[in-house]
Design a protein around this ligand. Structure first.
Ligand code: IMP
Ligand code: MG
Length: 183
């Protein structure tokens, strides 16, 4: 057992449930993007685990790329600021059907900003998918095109998601023990 698991209060989305979500979403995407030119875009770092599982279940040719954005400080509350730390470098986006892959939607700021940004670059289409959605926390209206699991307003970690850069390697999505924040 990973010693980090001592900090987990409860498992919210199990490994098995995640696998179902990924299978299901990959099927829908494979159907919907049959006649498109899929560019699967990973938002670093939180999405990396979900992204690598999802891309291997999609049964279409695709390109992949990466962006890194920061919307959070060190702790567990949003600053509301979205900064692009790693950008896409392409001449022409007019043939790209971009599907942004996110780990979780909270305030909605990251994805609403990114979608606008990529449309401005001239992408043919821009859609979004997320493993987790916390609709109760929105500060700006945003609805993803594909969403795995709707979760309550709790801070979660694992399967790519971190608290202060830890817990990303856990194979499930869990809720942290409050004692971890108090330290
Ligand atoms: P938004 O811009 O507020 O929608 O925030 C999205 C980003 O905040 C996600 O990509 C995560 O990196 C981070 N985030 C939001 N909620 C959580 C959480 O419960 N655990 C870990 N990271 C989170
Ligand atoms: Mg993230």
């Amino acid at each position: 057992m990973n010693i980090l698991e001592n900090d987990v209060e409860k498992i919210l989305v199990s490994k098995e449930r995640i696998a179902e979500i990924v299978d299901d979403m990959a099927k829908r995407i494979s159907e919907d993007y049959k006649d498109k030119n899929l560019l699967l875009l990973c938002i670093l770092k939180g999405s990396v685990v979900f992204f690598s599982d999802l891309m291997r279940k999609i049964t279409l040719p695709m390109e992949i790329d990466f962006m890194k954005v920061a919307s959070y400080g060190k702790g567990s509350t949003s600053t509301g600021n979205v900064r692009i730390l790693l950008d896409l470098h392409r001449e022409d986006f007019s043939n790209e059907d971009i599907l942004i892959v996110e780990d979780i939607i909270d305030s909605g700021r990251t994805l609403s900003t990114l979608v606008e940004y990529l449309k401005m670059k001239g992408c043919r289409s821009v859609r979004t998918c997320t493993l987790l959605d916390k609709p109760g926390r929105r500060e700006v209206p945003f609805t993803p095109d594909y969403a795995g699991e709707v979760i309550p307003d709790e801070f979660v970690i694992g399967y790519g998601l971190d608290y202060a850069e830890k817990y990303r390697e856990l194979p499930y999505v869990g809720v942290l023990k409050p004692s971890v924040y108090m330290k």
